[in-house]
Design a protein around this ligand. Structure first.
Ligand SMILES: [Zn+2]
Length: 320
């Protein structure tokens, strides 16, 4: 039977259910936790986050993968409280959103050092707790893969290959190089989600097909950052354009290589976030849009249940 690490312990794959594979309880740049202006509303933060997770639960959501790396607001004791209170499984990650959002302390560390750090968080626990990471997060810095990003990618691939957890990437730019780094370090591409393929300026159908052909997962995982929003961020995409892009990928026969998520923050840390956007957009807007386009329930279940289970299930027994 397959297993997945959550902040409240290791669970059976069957317990994952409907899964949002790329989300954030709260993401912020390193240092945000020292800015008291943003931390003055702890009660409101807690209430808002609980409400969003409860709503997620009401929509049938069972598992929330928090893709916030080290130093970006990942807070395991807090995640444990949220999970206990709402009944939502929370999967935490080790790794970094990208090199340019890693704390200075980690920036000059070797591949070996970073590998040991990730393996420790996957097999022993995070921040002194027994909560183990269920995936490794890596990403592309603004402007393209940096030397530090590459070190993090190599370490992530080694740690993932050694422990059996998957890797989830931030951005799908430089996808070919990303996959090359994984393979060079012994990680099979079918253990990776190349994420944020649906960012408006980065849409590239040929790249998506190239990833899928090599067995990788393509993350349509910034769903709901619509260009139509009044406060649309630079990574937004037109609502119809995103749906067309996604449907075109399915039509080419790559359903099993697609994952969907919203990359929303329950409560952004140190930045205003995008008002009104939450993980629940998936259920309230996107899935209804898919149904209107004729997508059947079997496909929706594949996207929300089976594909996340396939990628999250640890490949090898946990390395101790
Ligand atoms: Zn994210």
């Amino acid at each position: 039977m397959g297993k997945v690490n959550t902040v409240l312990g290791t669970i059976a794959t069957e317990e994952l259910g409907v899964t949002a594979i790329h989300e954030h309880i709260g993401f912020g740049l390193p240092g945000c936790d020292l800015d008291t202006q943003w931390w003055s509303k702890a009660e409101e933060m807690f209430e808002t986050t609980i409400q969003k997770l409860q709503r997620f639960r009401e929509h049938g959501g069972k598992t929330f993968v928090d893709c916030t790396g080290i130093g970006n607001g990942r807070d395991i004791p807090y995640f444990q409280v949220l999970s206990r209170k709402t009944g939502v499984n929370i999967v935490a990650v080790t790794g970094f959103v990208a090199g340019d959002s890693a704390l200075p302390y980690f920036r000059d560390k070797s591949i070996e050092y970073l590998t040991n750090l990730f393996v420790h968080e996957i097999t022993v626990g995070i921040d002194g707790t027994s909560a183990k990471a269920g995936a490794v997060k890596v990403g592309v810095s603004r402007g393209g893969l940096s030397e530090l990003d590459e070190r993090i990618y190599r370490a992530a691939a080694r740690a993932a290959a050694k422990t059996g957890v998957p890797v989830i990437t931030h951005l799908s730019t430089n996808a070919e190089r990303q996959m090359e780094l994984f393979e060079m370090e012994g990680l099979s591409i079918d253990r990776a989600i190349i994420g944020h393929a649906d960012i408006g300026p980065d849409v590239d159908e040929e790249r998506d097909v190239m990833i899928a052909k090599r067995g990788g997962y393509v993350g349509f995982d910034t769903i709901g950052y619509d260009a139509e929003l009044e406060n649309a961020p630079y990574w937004s995409c037109g609502r119809q354009e995103r749906i067309q892009h996604f449907l075109s990928f399915l039509e080419k026969g790559y359903l099993k290589n697609a994952v969907i998520s919203a990359d929303a923050n329950c409560w952004p840390l140190g930045w205003p976030g995008v008002e009104g956007h939450s993980v629940n957009y998936l259920f309230e807007e996107f899935i209804p849009d898919l149904r209107k386009a004729g997508v059947d329930e079997g496909i929706i279940e594949q996207l929300l249940v089976h594909n996340p289970a396939n990628i999250l299930t640890m490949r090898a027994p946990v390395f101790v």
